[in-house]
Ligand binder design. Structure first.
Ligand code: TUI
Length: 311
């Protein structure tokens, strides 16, 4: 299937793996790119040299292009922004903010910049600053989210910009993929489905919790201080929700979530840790390789869409 994004990024399938903090490291990114999608290394809060090391390790696994997601709330964002230039990364996505201040640097280095946006306004601003495409991410997603759903955000962004739009949030199979294309998207970005992939290094407890999750098992914490985060319900989210309802301060709440993603991903503490996942978690039932996931989704999507191109 050819789309504006397969042409722009020179990839076989219009499927991009989300740049998930702690999860999107070199094994996952390399496996997705090797299978014909676009794998991303998630910069998250990691120091720049850690990101550089991850890029090098991914390149030992595959020659296919690999992108980097720069998480803009990171204290190391400025240094990571330089590392992607030094390492000649061809594609950069950004999350959790407005990347305007890095656009000249990246465009000057011939990097294709694809900001993740949660509103039409930011999509338009990014187009003006020279973005090659945008990811329109709905609040069905795991992790840090905006306000709008994918169903409402994607078509409004598609109408507002000329550059290609990648849909994200709540997409986990060929039906979701096909629906996104019908909304005018040129590709999808998926996170949650790839968390359960064989090549994903998340702790077995995390995968188990994700595979057991039902439709209603995620919750959003942090709305009260302007940084909403979706994760699977557990002891931590229940305590957080209770404190938040009682008007707890940012500091009190932060105490609950400091290092909590690492706790879940690396240590497998899915009781006190943050088990980030999207609302589509209830649909993720199988353990498969990244290649199996991508081929299955493309097969389902082609049955629904026919052998159409989206150029
Ligand atoms: O960035 C994400 N998802 C993330 S980042 C992350 S690490 C983290 N952990 C704990 C707390 C906070 C972050 C985990 N998941 N997705 C992309 C995304 N960007 N979603 C929403 C946005 C967004 C929201 C508002 C982007 C820009 C924005 O406004 C910027 C502006 O200035 O207009």
């Amino acid at each position: 299937m050819k789309t504006k994004i397969t042409e722009l990024l020179n990839i076989e399938y219009p499927i991009i793996q989300g740049g998930m903090a702690w999860v999107a490291e070199h094994h996952l990114a390399a496996a997705v790119s090797k299978a014909g999608g676009l794998g991303l290394i998630g910069g998250a809060n990691a120091p720049a040299e850690v990101v550089r090391d991850e890029i090098k390790k991914a390149r030992e696994i595959t020659d296919k292009p690999i992108g980097v997601n720069v998480m803009l709330m990171s204290p190391h964002a400025d240094e990571v922004a330089q590392v992607v230039v030094e390492e000649k990364i061809p594609i950069v996505t950004t999350g959790a903010g407005d990347p305007s201040k890095y656009m000249d640097l990246w465009k000057g280095a011939d990097i294709k910049v694809i900001p993740v946006v949660a509103s039409v306004a930011l999509a338009k601003r990014m187009e003006k600053y020279g973005a090659s495409a945008v990811v329109a991410e709905g609040m069905e997603s795991g992790g840090h989210i905006g306000e709008l759903t994918t169903m409402t955000l994607v078509p409004q962004v598609v109408d507002a910009v000329e550059i290609p739009v990648i849909a994200a949030g709540g997409i986990g199979d060929g039906r979701g993929f096909a629906a996104a294309m019908m909304l005018g998207a040129s590709a999808v970005q998926m996170g949650t489905r790839f968390v359960a992939a064989d090549e994903s290094i998340v702790h077995e407890n995390y995968k188990e919790k994700l595979i057991k999750a039902r439709d209603i098992d995620s919750d959003v914490t942090g709305r009260s201080h302007g940084h909403p985060v979706r994760s699977l319900k557990n002891k931590m989210t229940r305590e957080y929700v209770k404190l938040e309802a009682g008007g707890a301060s940012f500091e009190e709440l932060e105490y609950l979530t400091l290092g909590a993603l690492r706790k879940a991903v690396v240590d497998g503490d899915v009781v006190n840790g943050t088990v980030m996942a999207g609302q589509i978690a209830g649909l993720v039932k199988k353990r498969q390789s990244c290649e199996e996931i991508i081929l299955e989704i493309m097969k389902e999507a082609k049955e629904l869409l026919g052998n159409k191109d989206f150029i």
